[in-house]
Design a protein around this ligand. Sequence first.
Ligand code: GDP
Ligand code: MG
Length: 329
Amino acid sequence: MSAADQNANPQEGSPVPERSGVSHLEGIGEGVEFRCGYVALIGNPNVGKSTLLNTFLNRKISIVTPKPQTTRRKVVGLLSTDNYQVVFLDTPGIIKPKYLLQQAMMGAADSAAADADLVLFMMDATRMKGDLTVDLGGLLKRFQALHSPAYLIINKVDIIRKPDLLPMIAAASRMHPFKEIFPVSALKHEGTEQLLASIVKVLPVHPPFYPLDIVSEQSERFFIGEIIREKIFLYCQEEVPYSTEAAVTGFQEQEGGKTVITADIYVTRDSQRGILIGKQGAMLKQIGSAARRDIEAFLDRPVYLDLRVRTLEGWRDKKQSLENLGYKA
Ligand code: GDP
Ligand code: MG
C-alpha cells in the first residue's frame, strides 16, 4: 500500500489509472520484454474469485467468507516481478440485482471485464455437474460483447471426483471457444502456478502501470473497511451482513506506536443496530476484536479499533447514500 493513499477518501478506492503517464520504469532493463496488463476475475458468487486473487498474491487482500456476495467493489491486486506486472481485478459475483447497491456491484464487475486484457471466467466445479447452460450460459451471455480473450477456470477441484472433470471440460469447451481451460484449487494451490504462467504469456508487452513494490493502489482505509465487513459476514446471519457497510472515519498514529482507527458501521434500519451490537455489546465486541487482529496483521502494527453502529435508513437503495459510500450508483 502506498503511504500517499492514506489520506484518500476512505471509501473511494482509486480508479484504475489511465495507461499513459507511466513513471515506474526504474530497474527495468533495456531490451527486456516487460509484460503488464489487466486480468479480471468474473463469475457467480462464491466460486472462489477472491480466494484465487489471495493465492496469486500470497497475501490476503480480498475478503473471503462462506457467504455469497461478500465482495462488493472492484478490488485491485498487483502481482509484480522483474519481468511482469499482473493487475488483477477481483469483482462481485454476478447476480440479478434486486436493489441499487447490487446494481452498483454489477457495474463494478462489468467495468472490470471491459477493462481487461484477459478475462478469467470462474466456475465452481461442485456446481458444474448439472446443466452448464444455466450458470456458464448466463455468464457468457452477459459478457458476449467482450473482445478480450477468455480462460475458463474450474475451481474447487480438491473436492470433486477426478473422473467428473473431463466431461465438464468437454461440455464447457462446446459452449465457448475459451483460449484455455484450467482446473484449479484456489484454496489448495493446485494448478495455480500453471495458470499464472499462462496468464503472463498473454499479457501485452507494456511497461508497468504501478510501482513494482505495492500490492494495491487502493488505500489502507479501504482494506480496513473490508476487514470489518468480513467479520460482520462471518458473525451475523441472514439479512444483516447484506444490510451493512463499514467506513473508516479516522486514522491516527499515536505516540507509543498504536494506531487509533475509528469506523462507522451503517445498517439500513434501527432493528439491525440491536442485532449488530448484541446483548451488552457482545456481538460488536466479537466483530471488533476479530477485525482488530486482522487489521494489526495487515498494517503490521498495534491498533486500537473504535466501532460505532449507525442507522442510515435504506442506504442500499439510495443513490446519494451509495455515492457517499464510494459506490458508482
Ligand atoms: P467469491 O465469492 O467468488 O470471491 O468466493 P470466495 O473466494 O469468497 O470463496 C467462497 C468460499 O469458497 C469460501 O468459503 C472459500 O474458502 C471457498 N473456496 C474457494 N476456493 C476454494 C477451493 O479451491 N476449494 C474449496 N474446497 N473451497 C474453496
Ligand atoms: Mg469475492
